[in-house]
Design a protein around this ligand. Structure first.
Ligand code: DAH
Length: 346
């Protein structure tokens, strides 16, 4: 009985050794295939034969026999994989008849490129950098102090409506409660960054901040629930409205071209007084690209500045609108669909 098991194990051992040598010596795909059939062929491979012999072993010898059979299988499998990897490139070349000629010209591959919005953001930063504005960042998840209160938007102001903002839910509170008290939301404007900067730095301040803002608008040709703004802020001892208009005009002509028509319309924002909206002429239509104005004294006071000694202007521009105007994109949703046929044009 013991003899039968011993014989089985030694045959197994020899077979695995032999298989390892054969696979290691296989010089091409034909040798490899012959070895595969010989050792692990599904019908008459030698492993198959040994598998049958295992079935004929006495019951008490089976556990050891089975374990060793599996070990031998793994060894052969590993040897086969190594040989397979080693032979792959040359067999591919041989079968297809392709001979590598390194002197042939290469095939051009299209490299990835940055998204048009990213390109626009880089371009805007570069123009504003030339005008002396430093780039700063702010968080996308904000609190009501930075998004509203410090910007002179009181609790009962319609801009704080839960239907017009993405409030983050708080356990046990309805959306209305959440909007009224100290709450968190996805920022609806980059004006939040003005507050964060002024809270942390004494004047003068001359910054821009670019990033995403969120509003629950149904998507259409000109709206999308997430978009980008460029916020600007310049505070010093005597900054005035004429400088605001010069900076925005210089900016718009640098980005959209010398021949672009721009106009400023009187407007209202809680955080600026006076306020304007800026439009550029596109395909015979005036397109609004942002709001601006002289920073309201309430805002300066909220961040601990003295409105008697400093003044400044701020602006918030729509990055998608600018990108669409410059490149002639007619539908904002194209900037979010990420269709490569569209993206490859930038
Ligand atoms: N935050 C305004 C908006 O999202 C845009 C804006 C207007 C920003 C006037 C400003 C500003 O800084 O002074 O509609």
């Amino acid at each position: 009985m013991a003899m039968e098991l011993e014989e089985f194990l030694s045959t197994l051992e020899k077979l695995a050794d032999q298989a390892e040598q054969t696979f290691a010596a296989a010089a091409d795909a034909d040798h490899f295939e012959a070895a595969r059939v010989q050792y692990v062929g599904a019908r008459s491979g030698q492993m198959k034969t040994l598998q049958k012999q295992l079935g004929a072993l006495p019951k008490e010898a089976k556990p050891v026999g089975g374990k060793k059979l599996n070990e031998a299988k793994s060894r052969i499998q590993a040897a086969m994989e190594t040989a397979g990897d080693r032979l792959k490139p040359s067999t591919a070349g041989k079968q297809s008849g392709i001979v590598l000629d390194p002197t042939l010209p290469g095939t051009r591959r299209h490299l990835g490129r940055t998204h048009p919005i990213t390109q626009t953001i880089e371009h805007l930063k570069e123009i504003m950098g030339r005008l002396g504005f430093a780039v700063v960042e702010g968080p996308e998840v904000e609190d009501t102090w930075h998004n509203f209160v410090a910007l002179n938007i009181p609790e009962d102001h319609p801009a704080r409506d839960p239907l017009d903002n993405f409030y983050l839910s708080v356990a046990g509170q309805s959306a209305v409660d959440v909007s009224a008290h100290e709450a968190q939301l996805l920022r609806s404007q980059t004006s939040t960054v003005q507050i964060r900067i002024m809270e942390n730095k004494a004047p003068p301040v001359r910054i821009i901040s670019l990033g995403r803002v969120y509003r629950p608008d149904p998507p259409d040709r000109t709206h999308f629930p997430v978009f980008h703004q460029m916020e600007g802020l310049w505070i010093d001892t005597d900054v005035n409205m004429a400088q605001l208009k010069s900076v925005l005009t210089l900016f718009a002509t640098s980005y959209l071209g010398e021949d672009v028509s721009i106009r400023f319309r009187p407007s209202f924002f809680p955080f600026t007084e006076p306020s304007v909206e800026a439009d550029f002429l596109w395909n015979g239509e005036w397109v609004e690209f942002g709001g601006a104005g002289m920073v309201d004294p309430h805002v300066l006071t909220a961040v601990g500045y003295d409105p008697e000694t400093v003044s400044g202007f701020a602006f918030g521009l729509g990055v998608e609108r600018l990108c669409m105007g410059r490149h002639g994109v007619g539908d904002i949703r194209d900037l979010w669909r990420n269709d490569l046929r569209f993206l490859h044009q930038f």
